[in-house]
Design a protein around this ligand. Structure first.
Ligand code: DGL
Length: 266
């Protein structure tokens, strides 16, 4: 198992995603934990992970973790459902550092549905993972209507959010027709599409994502490991291996302003 030296409570939280989607998680972490420094990696060069093999997803996740640890991170947030459901158990075995993952929020959706039907929009990689199958099989009394969001991540990564609308209609309307009253966004890219999704689905249908839950879980893990920062000069750094301008645009959109945005080869 690989260990890390010189971590303190003021070391940064490392966060990675296949690209820009995990910024939706990062935003919640920064909001809940303003004293924490963060380092975010957008592996946009390799997006979408959801259409890659499990082996590739594991290798990308190891590479991202190694870089974050080399930058001194004290804890790693896998801000990607596809990487979590395919790789987190390998990461936990390989690295001696706490990990927080993100999975489709089936539980809150299943516990609050009135119709007994829940829609889950996620990547092929997430929906076909053993972790997703075992989580969804715990809710036998609820019908889970799945849709693979093929094409959505590519458009989001290209900054073409408005062009996702026809695809969203294709994936979401069948869920509505079948009676789903809760729709789970099982990919950290999709919260960027919530305004468009709300134009498509009826008002009484709830959209559920995992961002806040991941931030709460991160806080809990930091407390458990005595790693909660009291640093009042927290600093948020963002790296992409593709397009720093696009990354800046997304950060502006979610009011996460930082001067530390840079291209990095990884
Ligand atoms: N944002 C990721 C997720 O939560 C991955 C999307 C992709 O790269 O396919 O699943």
């Amino acid at each position: 198992m690989e260990t890390q030296n010189k971590i303190t409570a003021n070391s940064p939280i490392g966060i990675f995603d296949s690209g820009l989607g995990g910024l939706s998680i990062c935003k919640e972490i920064v909001r809940l934990l303003p004293n924490e420094s963060t380092i975010y990696l957008a592996d946009s060069k390799n997006a979408p992970y959801g259409e890659k093999t499990k082996e590739d997803i594991i290798n990308f996740s190891i590479k991202n973790t190694e870089l974050l640890l080399s930058l001194g991170c004290k804890i790693i947030v896998v801000a990607c459902n596809t990487a979590t459901t395919n790789a987190i158990s390998v990461l936990r075995q390989k690295f001696n550092v706490p990990f927080i993952g993100i999975e489709p929020a089936i539980k809150p959706a299943a516990l609050t549905t009135q119709t007994g039907r829940v829609g889950v929009l996620a990547t092929k990689g997430t929906l076909s993972s053993d972790l997703f199958l075992s989580t969804s099989s715990q809710f036998n009394d609820v019908e889970i209507i799945e849709a693979q969001g093929k094409g959505l991540v590519r458009l989001i990564e290209a900054g073409k959010l408005n062009e996702t609308k026809p695809l969203l209609k294709k994936y979401l309307l069948p869920m509505i027709e079948k009676g789903a009253d809760n729709i789970v966004l099982g990919c950290s890219h999709y919260p960027f599409l919530i305004p468009l999704i709300k134009e498509i689905i009826p008002k009484n249908v709830k959209v559920i994502d995992s961002g806040e839950a991941v931030a709460r879980q991160t806080k809990k893990k930091l407390i458990e490991h005595n790693l909660l920062s009291i640093n009042s000069n927290a600093n948020n750094e963002f790296y992409t291996n593709l397009n720093a301008e696009l990354l800046t645009g997304f950060l502006n959109q979610i009011d996460l302003n930082s001067t530390n945005i840079a291209f990095k080869s990884f």
